[in-house]
Design a protein around this ligand. Structure first.
Ligand code: 16G
Length: 240
C-alpha cells in the first residue's frame, strides 16, 4: 500500500507497486490492467498521479496503450548480450523464439562514399543493398539495411536470403566470419520505419551500425539496423 509520509513520491510508489504486480504475474502479458478510474479509486489519489505512473511504465516498455481500448501488459524485452558475434537467427533461437524475415528490398547499387570506405571497396565496386524486416514469433523486432560487396558474393539472389545471412555465408559460401565493430545510438523512429515496424509514432528506437569481417580482416557487411526500443534491451559483460 502507499506510504504518504514517505519521501518517495506517490506516483513512484504506485509505479513500483504496479511493476511488482506485473513481475509476479498478477497481470498477464497481453491483458489489460485496471482503468485509470479504477486505479484512482483503488489508490485514493488523483487521476493525474495515476496517469503519471502508468505513463512511466509505458515509457519503460512494461505496458503499452491501445487507443480506445486501454493499457496492456507488454511482453518482456528481449535481452541481448553484446559480447559475442551472433546472428539475429541464432539470438532468437537461443531464446526459444522463432525467427523470420521479410525481404522488402534487394538491389545492386553504387554505394555512397562512406559505405564504400567502411567496406574498403575499390573505385566503382558495387554492393547489394538488402532491406529486411526481422520478426520473432511473428512480432516485428527490427529493420536491417545490409550492404554486401558484390565481388565477394557474386550471383547472390533474394531467395538465398530468406533464412539466415550468416548461415548462408558460412555454409553456402564456406567463409569464416571472424569479428565486428558496432556502434549504437538512441533515436526516434522515422514515419516510414514506424509503419514497417507496426508501431505508433513517437517511439524510441536503438540504431546499430555493424561492420563485420571475415578471417584476415576482410570487411564483408555493413548493416544499419533499427531496433524497437520497447522490445530490446542490450547487455554487456564488463571486466576490470
Ligand atoms: C544481426 C546483426 C546483423 C547481421 C544479422 C545476421 C546486430 C546489431 N546485427 O542482426 O549485422 O547481419 O544478425 O542475421 O546484431 P541472420 O544470419 O539471421 O540473417
Amino acid at each position: 500500500m502507499l506510504d504518504k509520509q514517505s519521501p518517495i513520491p506517490i506516483y513512484i510508489q504506485i509505479e513500483e507497486q504496479l511493476k511488482q504486480q506485473i513481475q509476479q504475474g498478477d497481470f498477464l502479458v497481453g491483458t489489460a490492467i485496471p482503468s485509470e478510474r479504477e486505479l484512482t479509486e483503488y489508490f485514493g489519489v488523483s487521476r493525474m498521479t495515476v496517469r503519471q505512473s502508468v505513463t512511466n511504465l509505458v515509457n519503460e516498455g512494461l505496458l503499452y496503450r491501445e487507443k480506445g481500448r486501454g493499457t496492456f501488459v507488454a511482453s518482456p524485452k528481449v535481452e541481448q548480450p553484446l559480447n559475442g558475434l551472433t546472428s539475429f537467427t541464432e539470438d532468437m533461437l537461443a531464446r526459444g523464439m522463432t525467427p523470420s524475415n521479410k525481404i522488402i528490398g534487394f538491389e545492386i547499387l553504387e554505394p555512397e562514399a562512406d559505405v564504400a570506405a567502411d567496406l574498403q571497396l575499390a573505385d566503382g565496386e558495387k554492393v547489394y543493398f538488402i532491406e529486411r524486416i526481422r520478426f520473432a514469433d511473428d512480432k516485428t523486432m527490427a529493420i536491417e539495411r545490409t550492404y554486401l560487396p558484390v565481388e565477394r558474393f557474386p550471383g547472390l539472389h533474394r531467395d538465398l536470403l530468406q533464412g539466415s545471412l550468416y548461415a548462408m555465408i558460412e555454409n553456402n559460401q564456406q567463409l569464416k566470419i571472424s569479428h565486428a565493430t558496432q556502434r549504437m545510438e538512441a533515436g526516434m523512429v522515422k514515419k516510414d520505419d514506424a509503419e514497417l515496424l507496426q508501431i505508433d509514432v513517437p517511439a524510441a528506437i536503438l540504431m546499430i551500425e555493424r561492420i563485420s569481417y571475415l578471417d584476415g580482416d576482410v570487411p564483408f557487411e555493413l548493416v544499419r539496423s533499427t531496433y524497437r526500443a520497447d522490445r530490446y534491451k542490450f547487455t554487456t559483460e564488463i571486466k576490470r
